[in-house]
Design a protein around this ligand. Structure first.
Ligand SMILES: Cc1ncc(COP(=O)(O)O)c(C=O)c1O
Length: 372
């Protein structure tokens, strides 16, 4: 094995076969129709079928998916929305865009997502919605939280931006809640060649509102009937690429999971916390280990040419823009996670040698720690 080898955090090549991209793009060029055409219609139908819901409404990106979903389930300025604070601020951005109020709840250290018992308490304050993120590709305790929300009459929004294809008992992320929100950013498990997003739902009325919201609030051409609309459309080229890549998603997830299985076997004996599952409820969008020596380990890996990232270093309530309102709120599990998480390279195309080098480097790091 080469000690000189550089291992990047992500390489899009294996997920974007050139022949596939050429075919998708050529189809759009030949159609001469670039926005809301047959590719968008076909992708929405195929993605709704894949997730197992009646409707999919595509939008321009995952953050818009969250914002328009919040609007579609009735969230207004001043309403409270329950969420976790360790998921990269995307949901907070969407909530803030509406003028609603984020209500942060601590996470379960096992799933790294909302702790169900704490959601139960937060529901007493009558929030207008709950957002649950399937972080790193690990399905959250969504049945439990969904049941609590249902009993309280509060819509549940799943943030599935990292969890395309994650499933439990044949139900997929994006089919448990009132709506599911997806990003198709190029690094995602189903990635476009630019920005993209979608909302899935089994509720016809919500789907109709979403279709209006993504296009100026129109109920028909030039007739604005829904407040809060804007331009947020997936373009035909992205839809064509996503349509052609969708049949490959399960195999790509399997390739990611196989890497996760190897990492977990190789790192099992080390003083690290590892992902809770390598089964079908985890699609290994990110393979995240936890260590109180995170920063030293990251530096050590960088010296070996291995890129590792932190998702995410600053919890939402401690971001500069949030701190005046929320900064004093104690979220101990969230804060510890932000100090300890480290994402290792994990993507289709990462070969066996690279995986072995990553494991070996982490073993060497702890061996040196033991000697010092
Ligand atoms: C968990 C999560 N939610 C939402 C988003 C937002 O998606 P986008 O970048 O497409 O706006 C992302 C990705 O960036 C994400 O990882």
């Amino acid at each position: 094995m080469s000690a000189e080898r550089k291992i990047p955090f992500f390489l899009p090549g294996a997920s974007n076969p050139e022949a596939l991209l050429s075919r998708s793009i050529s189809r759009v060029l030949a159609s001469n129709w670039f926005v809301l055409g047959q590719e968008v219609t076909a992708f929405e139908k195929a993605f709704a079928e894949y997730i197992g819901v009646s409707d999919c409404v595509s939008v321009a990106n995952g953050t818009d998916a969250l914002e328009l979903a919040l609007r579609a389930v009735g969230v207004r300025a001043g309403d409270r929305v329950v969420l976790a604070a360790n998921a990269g601020y995307y949901s907070s951005t969407a909530i803030n865009a509406i003028g609603a109020v984020p209500c942060y709840v601590d996470i379960d250290p096992r799933t790294m997502s909302l702790a169900p018992t704490l959601v139960e308490g937060a529901l007493q304050n009558r929030p207008a919605a709950v957002i649950i993120t399937h972080l790193y590709g690990q399905l959250a305790d969504v049945e439990l939280v969904g049941g609590l929300c249902k009993r309280a009459g509060v819509p549940l929004i799943e943030d599935c931006a990292q969890a395309h294809g994650a499933r439990r008992a044949d139900r997929l992320a994006g089919s448990f809640g009132t709506v599911g929100c997806f990003s198709f950013y190029p690094t995602k498990n189903l990635g476009a060649i630019g920005d993209g997003g979608a909302v899935t739902t089994g509720d016809d009325e919500i789907a109709t509102r979403l279709r209006a919201l993504r296009q100026y609030g129109w109920e028909g051409k030039y007739r604005v009937a829904v407040q809060g609309g804007r331009n947020s459309r997936l373009d035909e080229i992205q839809a064509a690429v996503l349509l052609d890549k969708l049949p490959l998603l399960d195999a790509c997830n399997e390739a990611r999971r196989a890497i996760a299985v190897r990492y977990s076997a190789g790192l099992r004996a080390l003083p690290l916390e590892l992902p809770v599952s390598v089964g079908p409820d985890y699609v290994a969008h990110l393979y995240v280990i936890r260590s109180n020596l995170r920063d030293q380990l990251r530096t050590f890996l960088a010296e070996r040419g291995i890129s590792a990232e932190v998702h995410y270093p600053i919890p939402d309530h401690r971001q500069a823009v949030s701190a005046p309102l929320h900064g004093d709120q104690p979220l101990p599990v969230t804060e510890r996670a932000c100090d300890e998480v480290l994402s290792l390279p994990c993507y289709p195309g990462l070969d066996l040698e690279a995986q072995a080098l990553v494991i070996e480097a982490i073993e060497d790091f702890f061996r040196e720690q033991g000697r010092s």
